[in-house]
Design a protein around this ligand. Structure first.
Ligand SMILES: [Zn+2]
Ligand SMILES: [Zn+2]
Length: 598
């Protein structure tokens, strides 16, 4: 609202002035023009036009740089600021506009959901990415978010190596093809492509495929890191063959430079908040990586070598190196048409999963990421100028605290939800008694959605809504379950009008969402990654998972720290307003006034 209060009067003045110019000039030209010497009139007309034309062109940034730090909870940059240097987070927080109270308003705070929400400025109910995976009722199987079997990777042998892949969502993909086809609304990058008639250069880079494909949108180009090949790759949705510079970058084998090295602490341990707490029993002892510094990367031919790079700041450093080469070789920001580069840094997420949000590792990872950002900003300043670059940084979600850490502090109500020890028998016998059906009632469960077997319900002539609500009522009996919300109840507006219920509604897409949405109580979550036990897992609608930083910087913005509640959906709306282009098709964001003040 503030934007409209502040902007409307200014806009009205400008618009009225422009209207006046347009209507009066013909009469000037045809009526009194010949009565005045030409030399006196031309400067007068030029003066009238200056604010409308030359100012508009000059105000456009040459580059829009959208940075996503995967799982950077909103408080983390402030919390660890004493260990940070200059030019990275400090540049953003001290020279930029830092929104300190930004929360997502969708329930399933997972990576693809957050990234696509950042790109499209809307919720999963509109953009359709309801989870990292969902049960595709047409295919009759669980589908991976950006999988598209019509396309293939350009690099042979770069597909997910199912034997060694530790990310269970990645393993659900049945083909190596990737595209943005499942993203149902337009992205800011799409809108830039449309507005600037295809002249904007649009790229996205990340270690994670979903971190890049999301932000590149339908019109841009995406590159991501293949753990199987140790290279940055793309699919033939984007290119028929790699640009030469990508081949050259991969041929240099930058990942191999980390072989036989280790992730070591940047500072003396006394400099860190968790300097005396490196070894915690709840941290994940990943093979060969260990729970304490230094964390060895191992030999280049070790099957987990590239995985270890992604579990450390090395993943972000490789992403930076690739992005800098891209900036240079694709000549981003070198003409008057704004270009778009999205970089999603994935390491913070993996480090959080493995060691937790309150660990020496997450702390040093942030110190390293800070150096990575400082390097990136210095490079952009040299090549394009930060004064010509509009930077927007946020995260796709936050992260929870590890229950063990909370226990150490005397906060007992925190634990892992062990799905293996779930005693489903009473629920099944209750449902059998009520409807004459048991286990076959459930088609699939992939947190947070439970998918019922619609065919069985139809064949038995049962009322779908009654069955769904009965199953939800049984799930509510499990210890640790806060809510089991029936989709039918959402459709029928038969749920209390609370913020939490609205986040589940914002997550609901009729073709992709399951029949029941499960919410655990705060600080209770599943930590079993299909066999790999991790320290923490995000994905809840609770504040620690929805809370992210939103920071704008560059282009001479006036520094500010803003505590007013905003949402990450506001980012693409703000970028669109700044560029004076139309917002993405599903946008629900409100342009942020502080960024638009000039
Ligand atoms: Zn993520
Ligand atoms: Zn994650």
């Amino acid at each position: 609202m503030r934007m409209f209060q502040q902007q409307v009067p200014r806009c009205l003045t400008a618009c009225l002035a422009n209207t006046k110019i347009k209507t009066e000039i013909p009469s000037v030209l045809f009526g009194r023009l010949l009565q005045f010497p030409l030399a006196a009139i031309i400067p007068a007309i030029a003066l009238l036009f200056v604010p409308g034309t030359s100012a508009w062109a000059g105000e456009q940034p040459k580059l829009v740089l959208q940075i996503t730090v995967d799982a950077l909870r909103g408080d983390l940059p402030d919390r660890f600021s004493s260990a940070l240097g200059n030019g990275g987070f400090r540049y953003l927080m001290e020279q930029g506009i830092h929104y300190t109270n930004a929360n997502y308003q969708h329930a399933n705070t997972e990576t693809i959901v957050g990234h696509v929400s950042l790109a499209t400025g809307t919720v999963p109910a509109a953009h359709g990415m309801v989870g990292n995976v969902w049960f595709d009722r047409e295919l009759g199987r669980i589908a991976y978010n950006i999988e598209d079997s019509r396309y293939h990777l350009l690099t042979a042998g770069a597909d997910v190596d199912k034997k060694n892949e530790i990310d269970p969502t990645q393993r659900t993909a049945k083909s190596d093809g990737r595209s943005p086809d499942n993203i149902l609304t337009s992205t800011l990058s799409d809108e830039m492509a449309i507005h600037f008639a295809g002249k904007s250069k649009i790229f996205a880079v990340s270690v994670k495929d979903r971190g890049a494909v999301s932000l590149a949108g339908h019109a841009g180009k995406a590159f991501w890191f293949s753990k199987a090949s140790g290279e940055f790759v793309t699919s033939n949705y984007y290119y028929q063959q790699y640009p030469d510079w990508v081949n050259d970058w991969n041929a240099r084998k930058p990942a191999q430079a980390y072989a036989d090295k280790a992730w070591e602490l940047t500072h003396e341990s006394s400099k860190y908040l968790f300097g005396n707490a490196d070894d915690r029993e709840y941290e994940t002892d990943f093979p060969g990586f260990g729970r304490t510094f230094p964390h060895a990367y191992g030999k280049a031919d070790d099957k987990y070598f590239t995985t270890r790079l992604t579990l450390s700041p090395a993943g972000d450093e490789l992403t930076l190196d690739f992005a800098k080469t891209l900036l240079d070789k694709e000549q981003l920001g070198q003409d008057e048409i704004p270009d778009f580069l999205a970089i999603s840094f994935s390491s913070t997420d993996y480090v959080g999963h493995i060691f937790g949000a309150s660990s020496l590792e997450i702390e040093d990872n942030l110190v390293r990421l800070d150096r990575t950002l400082a390097d990136l900003f210095a490079y952009i300043d040299k090549k394009i100028g930060l004064a010509n670059t509009l930077i927007a940084l946020s995260a796709d979600h936050g992260q929870p605290e590890v229950p063990g850490h909370l226990h150490d502090l005397g906060i007992d109500k925190a634990h892992y939800f062990d799905t293996k020890t779930l005693d489903k028998a009473p629920a099944i016998s209750a449902l059998k008694k009520q409807f004459g059906i048991g286990e076959e009632l459930v088609k699939a469960f992939f947190f947070p959605y439970l998918y019922l077997n619609h065919e069985v319900i139809r064949a038995k002539g049962l009322d779908h809504s009654t069955v769904e609500q009965a199953v939800a009522a049984e799930l509510m009996k499990f210890k640790g379950v806060a809510y089991a919300v029936s989709s039918m109840a959402l459709r029928e507006s038969n749920v209390p009008d609370t913020l939490l219920m609205r986040t589940i509604l914002h997550n609901f897409h009729p073709k992709r969402s399951g029949d029941i949405y499960l919410v655990f109580e705060p600080n209770i979550f599943i930590n079993d990654f299909d066999g790999l036990t991790v320290a923490s897992t995000h994905g809840s609608p609770w504040r620690y998972d929805t809370f992210v930083p939103v920071i704008f910087a560059g282009v001479g913005l006036k520094p500010a720290r803003v505590d007013r509640p905003v949402t990450p959906y506001d980012i693409s709306a703000t970028l669109a307003a700044y560029l004076k282009i139309k917002p993405p098709s599903g946008s629900i964001g409100i342009p942020l006034a502080e960024v638009l003040e000039k």
